[in-house]
Design a protein around this ligand. Structure first.
Ligand code: ATP
Ligand code: MG
Length: 553
C-alpha cells in the first residue's frame, strides 16, 4: 500500500482507534468456512485483513469457521492455508471455531442462567410463522416462558443426544417486534447428529454462525472484525451477545464484496462446476479460485496489486476482470523470460544457408537489464507460423510474402523465393534465401524491414502441448444472471494446441518460470507435464483482445 494514497474507511477507523487509545494494537482475522477452495473474492478479504494489520503493526488470525459439520473437509483446510501463504501472508495463530465449542456451550448456559435464552420445541415452520413479517411483529410461544432451570436441563439433554435433529433449538430472547428480523429471538444452537472433521462425534449440538462468529472474535480479542456487507443486519446481534456476556468488545465493520465480470464467485457455484465436470477440478486454470489462478500463472503480487487497486468500498459494484488481467500483464512483462514457440508450423528452407548450425544470442527480457541472454540454434530449415506467410498478400501485410523481406527475430533477414505445394494445393514449404550480413547485433546490410517473425530451428525444435484459455462465461454479470448460470458457459474457453514447436531452451528451464512466447502471450508450465511431454498454460494474452473487440464494435 503506497503512503501517498488516501486512507480507506477501515484504515480511518483503525487510525482513530489507535489515536484514542481504544486499542493499543490491532488484531484482525480471516474466517473462511472450510467448505471449498478460496476464490479471488477471498483474496480481497485476505489482502484487506492481513494488509491493514501489517500496515499498523498488528496481527491476523486464521480462523476456520467450521461450525457446520456437514459441508466441511480437511482437504479444504489444507488448500486454504496453502493459498494464503502463496498470496504472501502469514497468520499469527491458526484457530478453529470448533476449538471453542466448550466455551461457546458455557456461554449459552450463561445466557440461559440470565433468562436470556430458551429451548424451543417448535418445528422450523412454526418458528418461521411465529416470527411475523417485517411489517408485523412476531409472537413468543409457550416455550419462551420455561424457567432457567428447565432450559438448562433441556439444553444439557440436547447435548447428551436425547433428541433427534430438529426436535429442539436454543433461542436467545431479544425482541419479537424488532424491525430487524434477525433479532426476533434468533436460534443460536441446533441439534445435528453429524460427524465433525475435527471434533468427531463429541457433539450433536452445533452453534449457529452468528453466535459462534461473534463469540469467537471476542474470545480471540479481535479488535476489528471485517466482513462483507450482507452482515450489516447481523451487527446488532453481534453486539448484543458481547454485551450480555460481558466479553471482549470486538467490533464488526462491513465492506463491499468483490464481484467481477465474466466470473462466478460463490463456493456453491464453483463446487457445481467441479462436481458436474464442467471444469477440470478446483484448480482448473479457468476457475476464479486462487489455486486456479496460481496454476494459470498469475503471480501472487499481481493479485495483491489488483486488490490494492480496487480498494475497499461500502457499496457493491462489478469490477472488470480486464483490470486483473492488466495487473498480471504488467507484472509478467517485467519478469517473464522471452522464448520462441510456433503453434501452427510452416517449414522454411533457407536455400543459400550452408553453415550447418549456428548458435545465435537472444535477450531473455528486454525490460530487465539483469535478464541475461540465451543461445538459440539456427539452421537451414526452420518453422514459422503458417499465418505469417501469404502467397498473395494485401497492402500493409508486413510478414513473409513473395517479394518482401522480413527479419527472423535475433537472426537474419530472409526473402521468399519459391512456394512448394502438394497435390491439393496446400503449401508445404517455402524456400527462401537469407542475407548473410544482416545478422542481428552485427547487421551491416543496411536493409530495413517492417516485420519481425518468431521461428524455431526444425531439427532442434521440442514439442509441447499448449492450452489456451478464454473466459469461462460469455456474459458480463454472471453472478446476477437469470436462470441457471451454467447456461452462460463459454464453450470455447479451452483450446488445446497439441503439437507446438518450441526452441530448445524452453525444455531445459521451464520449471517455475514465467514465459512470454513472443507474439503469443504469457505462459507457464502446467502440472500435467510429464518426462516426455511439456504442457503449458497461457496465463494471459499480450493485449486485451476483448477491449479491442468492444472498441471495434
Ligand atoms: P461464498 O459465498 O463464496 O461461499 P463466503 O462468504 O460464504 O463466500 P467464507 O468462507 O464464509 O465464504 O468467507 C470468508 C471471508 O471471506 C468472509 O469474511 C467473507 O466475507 C469473505 N469473502 C467471501 N467472498 C468475498 C468476496 N466476493 N469479496 C470479498 N470478501 C469475500
Ligand atoms: Mg459462508
Amino acid at each position: 500500500m503506497s503512503e501517498e494514497k488516501s486512507l480507506n474507511f477501515i484504515e480511518e477507523i483503525i487510525e482513530a482507534d489507535l489515536a484514542s487509545g481504544k486499542h493499543a494494537s490491532i488484531l484482525t482475522r480471516f474466517p473462511p468456512e472450510p467448505n471449498g477452495y478460496l476464490h479471488i473474492g477471498h483474496a480481497k478479504s485476505i489482502c484487506l485483513n492481513f494488509g491493514v494489520a501489517k500496515k499498523y503493526g498488528g496481527k491476523t488470525n486464521l480462523r476456520f469457521d467450521d461450525t457446520n459439520p456437514v459441508t466441511e473437509d480437511t482437504e479444504y483446510v489444507e488448500s486454504i492455508k496453502k493459498d494464503i501463504q502463496w498470496l504472501g501472508f502469514q497468520w499469527a495463530n491458526e484457530f478453529y471455531a470448533s476449538d471453542y465449542f466448550d466455551q461457546l456451550f458455557e456461554m449459552a448456559l450463561q445466557l440461559i442462567g440470565k433468562e436470556l435464552a430458551y429451548v424451543d420445541d417448535s418445528t422450523s415452520e412454526e418458528i418461521a410463522e411465529q416470527k411475523g413479517t417485517p411489517t408485523q411483529p412476531g409472537n413468543r410461544n409457550q416455550y419462551a416462558s420455561r424457567t432457567a432451570a428447565e432450559n438448562r436441563q433441556l439444553f444439557l439433554d440436547m447435548k447428551a443426544g436425547k433428541y433427534a435433529d430438529g426436535a429442539k433449538v436454543l433461542r436467545v430472547k431479544i425482541d419479537m417486534a424488532s424491525p430487524n428480523m434477525l433479532l426476533r429471538d434468533p436460534i443460536i444452537y441446533r441439534i445435528k447428529h453429524a460427524h465433525h472433521h475435527r471434533t468427531g462425534d463429541k457433539w450433536c449440538v452445533y452453534p449457529m454462525y452468528d453466535f459462534a462468529h461473534g463469540q469467537s472474535d471476542s474470545i480471540e480479542k479481535i479488535t476489528h472484525s471485517l466482513c462483507s456487507l450482507e452482515f450489516v443486519p447481523h451487527r446488532p446481534l453481534y453486539d448484543w451477545c458481547i454485551e450480555q456476556l460481558g466479553t471482549f468488545p470486538s467490533k464488526q465493520y462491513e465492506f463491499a464484496r468483490l464481484n467481477m465480470t465474466y466470473t462466478v464467485m460463490s463456493k456453491r457455484k464453483l463446487l457445481q462446476l467441479v462436481n458436474e465436470k464442467l471444469v477440470n477440478g478446483w484448480d482448473d486454470p479457468r476457475m476464479s479460485t486462487i489455486s486456479g489462478m496460481r496454476r494459470r500463472g498469475y503471480p501472487a503480487s499481481s493479485i495483491r496489486e489488483f486488490c490494492d487497486r480496487i480498494g475497499v468500498a461500502k457499496r457493491e459494484n462489478l469490477i472488470d476482470v480486464g483490470l486483473l488481467e492488466f495487473c498480471v500483464r504488467e507484472e509478467l512483462n517485467k519478469t517473464a523470460q522471452r522464448r520462441m514457440v510456433v503453434f501452427d508450423p510452416l517449414k522454411i528452407v533457407i536455400t543459400n544457408y550452408d553453415k550447418g548450425v549456428e548458435m545465435l544470442t537472444s535477450e531473455n527480457n528486454p525490460e530487465d537489464e539483469q535478464g541475461g541472454t540465451r543461445e538459440v540454434p539456427f539452421s537451414r530449415e526452420i518453422y514459422i507460423e503458417r499465418d505469417d506467410f501469404m502467397e498473395t498478400a494485401p497492402k500493409k501485410y508486413f510478414r513473409l510474402t513473395p517479394g518482401q523481406m522480413v527479419r527472423l527475430k535475433s537472426a537474419y533477414i530472409i526473402q521468399c523465393e519459391e512456394v512448394i505445394k502438394d497435390a491439393s494445393g496446400r503449401i508445404t514449404e517455402v524456400h527462401c534465401t537469407y542475407i548473410p550480413e544482416s545478422r542481428s547485433g552485427s547487421d551491416t546490410s543496411g536493409i530495413n524491414v517492417k516485420g519481425t517473425l518468431h521461428w524455431v530451428s526444425a531439427q532442434h525444435a521440442i514439442h509441447a502441448e499448449v492450452r489456451l484459455y478464454d473466459r469461462l462465461f460469455k456474459i458480463e454479470d454472471v453472478g446476477n444472471a437469470e436462470g441457471d448460470f451454467k447456461e452462460h458457459i463459454n464453450p470455447d474457453s479451452l483450446q488445446v494446441i497439441h503439437h507446438a514447436y518450441a526452441e530448445p531452451a524452453l525444455g531445459r528451464d521451464a520449471q517455475d518460470l514465467a514465459f512470454q512466447f513472443l507474439r503469443k502471450g504469457y505462459f507457464v508450465l502446467d502440472q500435467d507435464t510429464t518426462a516426455d511431454k511439456l504442457v503449458f498454460n497461457r496465463t494471459v494474452t499480450l493485449k486485451d483482445a476483448w477491449a479491442r473487440e468492444v472498441r471495434k464494435s
